[in-house]
Design a protein around this ligand. Structure first.
Ligand SMILES: Cc1cc2nc3c(=O)[nH]c(=O)nc-3n(C[C@H](O)[C@H](O)[C@H](O)COP(=O)(O)OP(=O)(O)OC[C@H]3O[C@@H](n4cnc5c(N)ncnc54)[C@H](O)[C@@H]3O)c2cc1C
Length: 464
């Protein structure tokens, strides 16, 4: 019998397996496709690998400005793809090594719950192995981490159209399209828009809302759009139908327009995987947003936890990691009676980042969120050009800013939002300030290396 069976081998699942293995628990991890899940195989890692190749290309194109001459510049999409595959395979094998290191049993196949705990009786899981064989295993505790899949909205012409792809399809196209239409101005749509625009595609992003990236500070989103030079944004536009690769939409003022393209990326969001693992038979509480969990990642069924995208709470790899750790703490509490009750999931200091030739990142509340919650704030923004390093290094990214929001009464830091290079690398510092409830005066006493872009956090705090 296993102490814990984990369904899904993405960031939520494999991190939980590592942590439990580290505590010498007997763990079975079942993954139906590839260890590493969406993030490693068709999400975070391949996108950032492709973006890095695009960055090399753009930097080489602009090298003359820095006194470096580059002749006969071109890129080789096939080689870029091979490098991406190599990176993914290296990291996937790293996850596999970690499973061996922590003595986690791994099965390739689809797992479903057969029965739940009943009195002293263990629960059971059936595994439909990819080889065609079927196994059954008993568990004391179970973690669901089945992740999410792209949404295909019922837009006429979208289904069964070879010219319409989702993010997974776009990652392995044979050549760079001359024209790309992106439906959806969220993080995934915008990252791909930046990637293909940098590689020379004519890119149009069509977004139904009035602004891209809905959770971004409204002062900074236009700046980020401006930094995405070359991408054509159609905001407040509702897509009506797709014919071939032509996207027809209605503009805000009601006029009918279309964008001709060679390929369409459908990037309107992701939905949790709620089927195929026996949720209904087990009676696990669900809404259409995901598995319902409490702040310790417990589902309504004793002995069953859920972590990651499947909960629909925060669809990010690092959120999946943290949810997995919180679930593991509670699982250990159940298995060993340890005092793990203090470990709860908080969502107020989860940082996010958008990658590309320029970056954007944020954590905590935006000015708009503070306004609608009636919180009286202090705010200050500083341009990225205040940073010596930003000026010295930046080519494309000539624009950007960093904004800090603090509570006027307690003077605690509530939000940090940045557009510009390295934002994704330093935003965790902002998360730490918020998580640890730092006040303006506390931040002023911190020493930050110079010259860096993250110095701007201190600069903005002094402006408060
Ligand atoms: C293009 C793209 C770019 C992204 N970039 C970023 C980024 O830069 N940063 C970031 O934080 N997030 C990013 N994300 C989101 C990130 O990938 C997810 O938040 C993360 O993968 C969630 O981890 P998870 O473990 O919950 O689920 P997943 O990674 O989706 O893993 C779930 C796994 O469960 C398996 N599974 C499902 N059902 C079963 C079953 N019944 N039996 C066995 N196995 C099953 C699936 O095959 C899958 O491998 C990106 C996503 C995409 C699509």
């Amino acid at each position: 019998m296993y102490d814990t069976i984990i369904i899904g081998g993405g960031p939520g699942g494999y991190l939980a397996a590592e942590r439990l293995g580290h505590q010498k628990k007997k763990v079975l991890l079942v993954e139906s496709v590839h260890l590493g899940g969406t993030c490693l195989n068709v999400g975070c890692i391949p996108t950032k690998t492709l973006l890095n190749s695009a960055k090399h290309y753009v930097h080489a194109k602009e090298a003359g400005k820095f006194g470096v001459n580059v002749k006969d510049l071109s890129f080789d999409w096939e080689k870029i793809q091979s490098w991406k595959t190599k990176v993914v395979e290296t990291l996937r094998s790293g996850v596999s090594q970690q499973m061996k290191r922590f003595k986690v049993d791994v099965r390739e196949g689809r797992a479903e719950i057969l029965s739940t705990l009943s009195g002293t009786k263990a629960g059971t899981v059936r595994v439909h192995l990819n080889t065609g064989l079927v196994e059954e295993h008993e568990y004391s505790t179970l973690l669901i981490s089945t992740g999410s899949l792209p949404v295909l909205p019922p837009i006429p012409g979208a289904r069964d159209n070879p010219l319409v792809v989702d993010s997974t399809g776009l990652l392995s196209i044979a050549s760079v399209p001359k024209r790309l239409a992106v439906i959806g101005g969220g993080v995934i749509g915008v990252e791909f828009a930046g990637l293909f625009s940098a590689l020379g595609s004519e890119v149009t992003v069509i977004e139904m809302m009035d602004e891209i990236i809905p959770f971004m500070d409204k002062e900074q989103a236009p700046l980020f759009r401006k930094a995405l030079k070359g991408v054509n944004f159609k905001l407040g536009c509702k897509v009506e139908k797709i014919e071939g690769a032509a996207v027809h939409y209605t503009t805000k003022s009601g006029s009918a327009e279309k964008t001709e393209s060679d390929l369409v990326l459908m990037a309107v969001g992701r939905r949790p995987v709620l089927t195929g693992w026996g949720a209904e038979a087990a009676g696990v509480g669900l809404t259409n947003k995901g598995v319902t969990v409490d702040d310790r990642m417990r589902t309504n069924i004793p002995g069953i936890w859920a972590a990651g995208d499947v909960t629909g709470r925060s669809l990010l790899a690092h959120s999946a990691y943290r949810m997995a750790e919180v679930a593991v703490a509670d699982i250990l509490h159940k298995l060993d009676g340890e005092d793990a009750l203090q470990n709860t999931m908080r969502y107020d200091a989860v940082p996010w980042a958008v990658y590309g030739m320029t970056e954007a990142a944020g954590v905590g509340i935006t000015e708009q969120a503070a306004d609608s919650a009636g919180i009286h704030i202090l705010k200050a923004s500083v341009p990225m050009s205040f940073s010596g390093r930003f000026i010295a290094e930046n080519t494309l990214q000539g624009i950007g800013s960093l904004k800090v929001i603090a509570d006027a009464a307690s003077r605690r830091i509530l939000g940090i939002h940045a557009v510009g290079a390295y934002s994704s690398e330093f935003i965790w510092g902002g998360a730490a300030l918020i998580e640890q409830e730092f006040r303006i005066e506390d931040v002023k006493q911190l020493i930050v290396p110079h010259p860096t872009v993250c110095e701007l956090i201190r600069d903005a705090v002094w402006e408060l």
